[in-house]
Design a binder for this molecule. Sequence first.
Ligand code: BGC
Length: 259
Amino acid sequence: MSTAKPLGIDVGGSGIKGAPVDLENGAFAQERLKIETPEVSTPEAVCEVIAQIVDRFDEVHDGSPIGVTIPGVVRHGVVKTAANIDKSWIECEIEKLLEDRLQHDVVVVNDADAAGVGELSFGAARGQDGLVILTTLGTGIGTAVINRGVLVPNSELGHLEIDGVDAETVTASSAKTREGLSYEEWAKRLQRYYRYLEDLLWPDLIVVGGGVSRKAEKYLPHLELRTPIVPATLENAAGIIGAAVLATQTQEERGRHLD
Ligand code: BGC
């Protein structure tokens, strides 16, 4: 059997992180590598960093598919929005750019979508039937909507307008830090947000991801919702793992397989 593994890469504001993933157990097959995001983070500059990451892993062979996450909407390989990244990403044909540069099958997906697929495959939502919503609380709010194992991509529910305001601007964990809110004060905003979300979509499970999921015991107990709400378990690895899962699925759908 081949040892070629899919590679997951998470492009964030401060770092670009990657690791080959073992899809038997959802663990990293080699230690994760992190390289700082270039100061001018244009798609071309980020592509060069991704190429360096690909080169560093001997588990990544010719046939390995590569999944890349970015914090924006990606439709059919083309970036459509860039709320918290360089605006030069908009309309970039990122999948083609990366495939030409790397000579691998590449799938580029929204960061929250990848994290949702990661949590569904190996984390807090594993085995969950019905409708799962994952939210990532960070600089912005990312969301993944997954119904019976099928991802509805680019849901962008972090930008729901609540009380006339784009929800992420007052509810993301960056808003907590910026405004110096206590966990209890922040929980009031989370309550408003998650109640709105459950009233619109009636999910079976809500998973809370992002770095702040590690501190879930400080704010989740304050929430009164009808939907079970749990912290993500894969933490920062969810995006990398989900991207690797999606890259493999897409490669199989396209009729190509690992050597
Ligand atoms: C973007 C989403 C992204 C989220 C988390 C939002 O501002 O619109 O696409 O998933 O931030 O990075």
